[in-house]
Design a protein around this ligand. Structure first.
Ligand SMILES: [Fe+2]
Ligand SMILES: [Fe+2]
Length: 292
């Protein structure tokens, strides 16, 4: 089946795995890296060796860890040094973000869905997750930013491989003044969160990241990482409130009251951190130049 003929219409979520098999997978270097990284006994030199085999990945990771965003004063010149100084999880998260950026690169810009607005929304969600994650004392601090950054990646996967479905959803939502999810519900059998879950899971991405992406619009009582899920649900909502929607003119999804209860916070309290979140978003915009 050619990817241009793929459609998500009338697909039962149970059958999604079969459709996802038709979508190109991640390059082998990423697959090796993520499967090695899920082994708790793996060593820094082993990981550094895999990354160093792919020059373009190694260069992007080094540029990223040397960016103002990480705020480390001296230049870091090797992957193994980056892992020692910034920590293994930070480098892994950089590699996760880079792999996804690479995968969805080449998505064409259009008036209804400007890609830059999409990434700004993602960076604002990521920054809100980072700032609020600290305030509420979330357990997986290092992962908050990458979970926010990738929460909507299902939209780009849909745009790239299910383009007719994507265009219909985008037009329907804008023309009828409804949320993206409501348009998906009306037109398709599967939404961007479920699609991303199926794809990220097939790539062996970390389970907390998969769950945060899967449930970012609908909290699930069965979630294993309820605080991360709640944080991304809230951060996505805040990005829209701060004028950083995807696209900015799209109607915002509501924040799930269960997310606020889980984090023991109110919307009013989160709005007090707007300035800090927007400053973090501005600093994070650097990332777009580095990894795209
Ligand atoms: Fe979303
Ligand atoms: Fe979003």
């Amino acid at each position: 089946m050619s990817t241009s003929t793929l459609s998500l219409k009338n697909i039962n979520p149970r059958d999604l795995k079969l459709v996802v098999k038709e979508v190109p997978t991640l390059p082998i270097v990423y697959q090796q890296l993520f499967s090695k990284m899920s082994n708790p006994n793996v060593s820094v030199p082993q990981l550094a060796e895999i990354v160093s085999k792919d020059q373009s990945l190694a260069i992007k990771i080094l540029k990223l860890v040397n960016s103002a965003f990480y705020g480390y004063k001296k230049e870091i010149t090797t992957i193994s040094r980056a892992m020692v100084i910034l920590g293994f999880r930070t480098v892994r998260n950089a590699a996760l973000a880079i792999s996804v950026f690479d995968y969805v690169s080449g998505c064409t810009d259009d008036n209804k869905f400007p890609i830059e607005e999409f990434w700004k929304h993602s960076l604002c969600t990521a920054s809100a997750a980072k700032v609020l994650g600290h305030k509420v004392g979330i357990k997986q601090q290092e992962e908050t930013f990458v979970c926010g950054l990738l929460h909507d990646v299902g939209k780009l996967i849909m745009k790239k491989y299910f383009e007719n479905d994507f265009n219909e959803v985008c037009s329907y939502a804008l023309d009828n003044g409804v949320t993206w999810s409501a348009a998906e519900e009306k037109l398709l059998g599967v939404n961007h969160s479920t699609l991303a879950k199926a794809v990220l899971r097939s790539w062996n991405f970390p389970p907390n990241l998969v769950e945060a992406v899967q449930f970012h619009h609908t909290m699930s009582p069965g979630a294993s990482y309820p605080d991360m899920v709640a944080l991304i649900n809230l951060s996505n909502y805040l990005a829209y409130q701060f004028g950083m929607g995807a696209p900015a003119s799209m109607v915002s999804a509501d924040c799930d009251p269960a997310a606020l209860r889980e984090l023991n916070i109110t919307i009013e309290k989160t709005l007090m951190h707007k300035e800090e979140i927007m400053a973090e978003t501005t600093a994070a915009l650097d990332i777009l130049q580095i990894i795209s």
